[in-house]
Design a protein around this ligand. Structure first.
Ligand SMILES: [Fe+2]
Length: 192
């Protein structure tokens, strides 16, 4: 994806309906649509809904052999020079197009998982096997210094919220509204 438009984003998400979401029993698209519905029901906040819908865009619109925390077979956990996690890659892809808050939700949702696993041991017990596997690729638990830095970063609380919804959005066969439902909202929030 070179120029990013609502159409190119939708195309990437649509295509991700053919791709399994890591090791979870649903597709990437089902996961995105489930979390968008949850964000809508629980917050009704458009920036949070879009951050939720787009949080894993780095898994579906960026070449996965350039991603360091992918579970795509053959690339699992292989880190090439300059490769980054799907969180950073997704936020970078969309950096010119969405608000700082939306981008922070995308960029920080993995850090939010590391944060929650560190401060809430019970949270870690509940995450899926796939999330546990990627946690190790993503740096594992946070040091005290990392915890402090995370808390001080703008929108970290939003990222924690998105991360909690992320874990709820892995239900096989759950009905959702279609992707098209979110088109107008995304158009309104795109900055170019
Ligand atoms: Fe996710």
């Amino acid at each position: 994806m070179t120029e990013v438009t609502v159409d190119t984003i939708f195309e990437a998400l649509e295509t991700s309906g053919q791709v399994q979401y890591g090791t979870e029993p649903i597709t990437e698209l089902e996961h995105a649509l489930q979390i968008a519905d949850i964000a809508d029901e629980m917050s009704g906040d458009e920036e949070m809904i879009l951050a939720a819908l787009l949080h894993d865009i780095g898994r579906v619109a960026v070449r996965q052999d350039e991603i360091s925390d992918t579970l795509v077979p053959d690339h699992m956990g292989k880190t090439k020079d300059g490769s980054k996690g799907h969180d950073a890659a997704g936020a970078e892809l969309l950096s010119d197009y969405f608000s700082d808050r939306i981008l922070a939700g995308i960029r920080m949702h993995v850090a939010a998982k590391r944060y929650l696993c560190t401060v809430e041991p019970k949270y870690r017990d509940k995450i899926s096997g796939g999330s546990e596997t990627t946690l190790r690729m993503q740096g594992g638990l946070m040091s005290d210094e990392e915890l402090e830095k995370f808390r001080a970063t703008p929108f970290s609380e939003d990222a924690v919220q998105i991360r909690r919804w992320d874990d709820m959005a892995k239900i096989p066969g759950k009905p959702t509204r279609p992707l098209e439902h979110w088109r107008d909202m995304m158009s309104r929030h795109m900055q170019k």
